[in-house]
Design a protein around this ligand. Structure first.
Ligand code: NAP
Length: 367
């Protein structure tokens, strides 16, 4: 019987990299298309599972991945494998159905984790298939694992900003290395990701990094409710103080709960908070690098507002509130932020319009 190379895993003779098999991108959006695009451009057999909103432009224009460091890479529309429902698995070689993936990248938003994991289970992937959740928050891997106990779900983290620029172009705006909770099954993928120019660090415990990233992601609701670009938001003292207020409370909760959190930015979180609180004229001098942001960039929650989609607020401020409740402590500012975001989405979403000072007062006066 002749096996196609992707079905048995294959050895790329040019670069001496063994590719364990095909990759599925479960939730082709900003993260999925960027990671999948880099892998596909380096020769990995990648299957993108997503919605027509994202897949149609790929069908028309192909997929382009770009970043601030490397030349653009393009994959033609004809070379892309795009699915609006999970591909049928086929143990035989009829050339129509797909072989089982050796790796699934789970890249849906937190609100889609349960459904996506249930779909992976229903697809009948072989027991032990490796799934890496490249999602924000601290609980998505566990949530997916509970829905798909036969799969091996590991947590991952994307430290950089990725944007869908339209016409099939996905752009990485900032630097950093992907992180994955280490597991022997993932080891062969390290060289594959390296070759795809996706720097990746395997760590024995990802949780502190996930909490460290969550602290920074507390900016998502501030940005979304302000209705401003990230650059406008960080140039506004009141809005920076909103983020500082949420982070400060979250750090208190983490410390009271003895939950470790790691530094994921150039500055430790406590120092970052102090910088956020500096008045504008000093902040602009001290934080020049922080202000080197794409002038059009907004948080992904702002995109959720604009598209009327559910937000990830429960995986961000909501996690802080849950942890505080477990310890019998309050987290009024993060709880207030959960309420404000939910009120906004209940009222039909659209761009946020909170005046900066009013938003700060709403957080600081929350009890
Ligand atoms: N974008 C960033 O810069 C960035 C950076 C670091 C981490 N993250 C995190 O990475 C995760 C993904 O973010 P993202 O920005 O890539 O989100 P995204 O652009 O919304 O991509 C996810 C895509 O998956 C689709 N989807 C949802 N459920 C699906 C299903 N069952 N089957 C097929 N497709 C499905 C979504 O469609 P619908 O819109 O219809 O649901 C959406 O098109 C989030 O946890 C986010 O916080 C994002």
């Amino acid at each position: 019987m002749v096996m196609r190379r992707a079905e048995i895993g294959y050895h790329d003779r040019m670069s001496m990299v063994d590719i364990p098999g095909p990759v599925w991108i479960m939730g082709a959006g900003s993260v999925g298309c960027y990671l999948g695009g880099c892998l596909a451009a380096s020769g990995v057999d990648v299957n993108f599972i997503g919605r027509p909103r994202v897949l149609n432009p790929l069908r028309e224009h192909g997929l382009t991945v770009s970043d601030f460091k490397h030349p653009k890479q393009q994959i033609s529309a004809a070379a892309l494998k795009l699915y609006e429902a999970l591909p049928q698995l086929n143990p035989s070689t009829d050339g129509v159905s797909q072989p089982a993936p050796a790796l699934v990248l789970l890249t849906v938003k937190g609100s889609g984790t349960v459904e996506a994991a249930q779909q992976l289970t229903a697809a009948g992937l072989p027991a032990g298939t490796l799934v890496v959740s490249f999602q924000n928050g601290v609980g998505n891997a566990e949530l997916a694992q509970a829905q798909a106990p036969e799969l091996r779900v590991m947590a991952g983290m994307v430290p950089y900003n990725l944007a869908d620029l339209g016409q099939g172009v996905f752009h990485r705006g900032t630097s950093g290395a992907l992180m994955v909770q280490d597991h022997p099954q993932f080891a062969p993928w390290q060289a594959v990701f390296d070759r795809a120019q996706l720097s990746l660090r395997r760590v024995p415990d990802l949780k502190p990094f996930q909490w460290g990233k969550l602290l920074i992601n507390l900016n998502n609701p501030v940005n979304a409710l302000s209705g401003l670009t990230l650059l406008e938001e960080f140039s506004n003292w009141h809005l920076r103080r909103c983020l500082a207020a949420l982070m400060e409370e979250a750090i208190q909760v983490l410390q009271q709960s003895q939950v470790p959190y790691a530094q994921v930015l150039a500055l430790p979180p406590e120092k970052f908070i102090r910088v956020l609180r500096l008045p504008n004229f000093i902040f602009k001098r001290v934080a020049k690098k922080m202000l080197q942001i794409d002038p059009l960039a907004r948080s992904s929650m702002a995109d959720d507002f604009a598209l009327g989609r559910p937000t990830e607020i429960d995986s961000l401020c909501g996690e802080v509130v849950r942890l505080a409740q477990q310890q019998g402590h309050p987290a009024p500012r993060n709880a207030a932020m959960v309420r404000l975001v939910k009120d906004h989405t209940r009222q039909g979403a659209g761009p946020g319009q909170w005046p900066a000072k009013a938003l700060l007062n709403a957080l600081l006066q929350a009890t």
